[in-house]
Design a protein around this ligand. Structure first.
Ligand SMILES: [Zn+2]
Length: 305
C-alpha cells in the first residue's frame, strides 16, 4: 500500500469512527418525532441538534443570536429550546449558507421579529433557485424565507451586546455564499457545511453554485488558524469537533483532492471516475461506489475551474 494511502486510511478511520448515524438522509422526515438536543458549550453559547444542520445559540446581555434554523416545521421546538436557554428575545439569525436544512425556519423566525442575515449570494440562490451539478436536479426559489439583511465583504454589522461575534465569508467553498461565525469569548466556531461529517458520505460540494474543493481547503485552513486546542467547533452536521479532529478532516479532504488530481492528469471526467482514485479511502468512509464516484466528479469539476 502506498504510504500516502495508508496515512489517509488512518486519518479517515479516526475521522469517521465516531460519527453517529444520522437520520438526515431520510426522504420524508417525521418532524413530529424530532427532539431538540441542547449542548452547553460554555460562556452562554450552545449547540442545538434536531433534524438538519446544527444550530449554534449565543446569549448576549439583551438578546439572543442563532446560527441556522433547520426546517420550518421544527420552529416551535427550536424556539422552545432557545427559550429554555434564555428568556431574552431572539433578535438575530445568521445563515451559514442557503441549503434548506439550514435555512428552512428562516421565514418563521423572521416573522417572530428576528433579522435574518446571510451573504448576498444566499439571497441570490434563494431568489433564483439552483441546479445540482451532478444530477441536474433543480432547487426551487424560496421567496418565503429570504434573508432580511445581506452582506458582502467584511461589513456584516452583526452585534450582540456583551459578546464578541466574528463573522466571515470563505469564498467558493461548500457554496458561493458561505458564512462562518466565531465567538472568541466562548471559543466556539460555527463552520457551516464546509465541515460536515457523515458516516457513509463524502463531504458535499455544491459545484452548481460555484462551490469548490479548493475553497473548502482554504476555509478549513482559516478555521484552523482561528482555533486552538480548547476551541469547540460546531460543524454543519455531526458532533462538536476539537481542533485535532478538524486537522484530521483537513488532511482527509486534502488527501482526496490530491488523489483525484493525480488520477485526472490527461483524463476526462469519466475516465478519472473509472480509475477509482478514492478506492483506498472508500471503505473507511463506508461510502457507496456511487457516492465515491460523485465526490470524484465534484473534485474533478472543482479542479477544472
Ligand atoms: Zn449544505
Amino acid at each position: 500500500m502506498h504510504s500516502l494511502n495508508r496515512a489517509l486510511l488512518v486519518s479517515a478511520t479516526a475521522l469517521f469512527a465516531a460519527a453517529p448515524m444520522t437520520a438526515w438522509a431520510q426522504a420524508t422526515p417525521d418532524y413530529s418525532k424530532v427532539e431538540i438536543k441542547t449542548t452547553d458549550l460554555g460562556n452562554k453559547t450552545f449547540m442545538l441538534e434536531g433534524q438538519g444542520g446544527n444550530i449554534t445559540v449565543a446569549v448576549g446581555d439583551d438578546a439572543v443570536l442563532m446560527v441556522d434554523t433547520e426546517f420550518a416545521p421544527l420552529h416551535d421546538k427550536i424556539k422552545a429550546a432557545v427559550t429554555k436557554i434564555s428568556a431574552l428575545p431572539l433578535k438575530t439569525v445568521i445563515n451559514t449558507h442557503y441549503h434548506g436544512d439550514h435555512t428552512g425556519g428562516d421565514g418563521v423566525f423572521a416573522k417572530d421579529g428576528a433579522v435574518v442575515l446571510a451573504h448576498d449570494n444566499v439571497k441570490k440562490r434563494m431568489t433564483e433557485g439552483s441546479t445540482n451539478a451532478l444530477t441536474g436536479a433543480k432547487t426551487a426559489p424560496a421567496p418565503d424565507r429570504l434573508p432580511t439583511k445581506t452582506y458582502t465583504g467584511d461589513k456584516t454589522g452583526v452585534e450582540l451586546k456583551g459578546r464578541k461575534v466574528q463573522v466571515g465569508h470563505p469564498a467558493n467553498a461548500h457554496t458561493d455564499g458561505d458564512t462562518y461565525v466565531f465567538f472568541p469569548d466562548a471559543n466556539v466556531l460555527a463552520t457551516g457545511d464546509i465541515v460536515s461529517i457523515f458516516e457513509g458520505r463524502y463531504p458535499n460540494i455544491d459545484v452548481g453554485v460555484n462551490g469548490n474543493i479548493k475553497g473548502i481547503i482554504a476555509a478549513v485552513d482559516t478555521y484552523l488558524k482561528l482555533s486552538n486546542d480548547q476551541t469547540k467547533i460546531v460543524p454543519g452536521h455531526g458532533p462538536v469537533l476539537t481542533k485535532a479532529r478538524l486537522q484530521e478532516y483537513h488532511d482527509f479532504v486534502v488527501g482526496c483532492r490530491d488523489a483525484v488530481q493525480k488520477a485526472m492528469a490527461g483524463k476526462s471526467e469519466d475516465e478519472t471516475v473509472a480509475a477509482k482514485p478514492l478506492a483506498a479511502i472508500d471503505p473507511k468512509v463506508k461510502s457507496t461506489q456511487e457516492a465515491s464516484d460523485n465526490f470524484v466528479r465534484l473534485i474533478y469539476k472543482s479542479l477544472k475551474t
